[in-house]
Design a protein around this ligand. Structure first.
Ligand code: PGA
Length: 243
């Protein structure tokens, strides 16, 4: 049984004060949410301990937005697994298209980060996905397959989440058709060769399309950017009913 993971990625949004307000609205709205899904928030580093405090005793799990492969050292701007674990962080997003684009992160670096996460009992959420140009040139599957093969090398698929996030769908309001997202998620599962692998879809997920996406056979959750900043909207996503 693959238990879906519904995750909100706050990116570079939300102060500690905003995090408290957000949780104050969100927690009552998930009081009745069925137990058959994980609910995860990835705040900026500075809000992790606030989220851990206000979420203590709730079912909200915490993800970081990054993790380094070394335990400590001269790596300005980076964060180590132990620093995250100290706050009860359980997941770590790696390979998101934004650091791939702005900081030229390679599949090799992403693989190092993901291995480091697993070595320290964190579950990596490894993002993969093609650009608009790659899709229009008919290269989507080849690009994603390379990201999967290189990014996931040596990882234990039982302690892993993969997020299929077509870049053209991120923050654009243009969601990938659910049937196509489902097809790519199914391909990823077959390439990895693990029927239990959790695979999310991400890219303009919102209250209006969550039920349909979650009704797809190979989509085991979502990674939500913009729509996770609104606690009421994200609660609606958390409370999806398969469409
Ligand atoms: P979006 O972002 O939901 O705002 O499209 C998704 C993501 O970047 O994970």
């Amino acid at each position: 049984m693959r238990k879906p993971v519904i995750a909100g990625n706050w990116k570079m949004h939300m102060t500690c004060a905003q995090t408290r307000d957000w949780m104050g609205t969100f927690l009552p709205l998930i009081a009745e949410t069925p137990d058959d899904r994980h609910l995860v928030i990835a705040p900026p580093f500075t809000a992790i301990s606030t989220l851990a405090d206000v979420g203590a005793g709730s079912r909200v799990e915490i993800s970081s937005q990054n993790v380094h492969w070394e335990g400590h050292g001269a790596y300005t701007g980076e964060i180590s697994p132990a620093m995250l674990q100290e706050h009860g962080v359980r997941y770590a997003i790696v390979g998101h298209s934004e650091p791939r684009k702005y900081f030229s992160e390679s599949d090799e670096q992403i693989n190092h980060r993901a291995r480091s996460a697993q070595a320290h009992d964190l579950i990596p959420i490894v993002c993969v996905g093609e650009s608009d140009e790659q899709r229009s040139r008919g290269e989507a599957e080849r690009v994603i397959r390379r990201q999967v093969e290189q990014g996931l090398e040596g990882l234990d698929p039982q302690r892993l989440v993969v997020a299929y996030e077509p870049i053209w769908a991120i923050g654009t309001g243009k969601t990938c058709e659910s049937a196509e997202a489902n097809r790519i998620c199914g391909l990823i599962r077959s390439w990895v060769g693990s029927p239990d692998l959790i695979i999310q879809y991400g890219g303009s997920v919102k209250p209006a399309n969550i039920d349909e996406l979650m009704g797809m056979s190979d989509i085991d959750g979502v990674l939500v950017g913009g729509a996770s900043l609104d606690p009421e909207g994200f609660a609606r996503i958390a409370n999806y009913k398969k469409g």
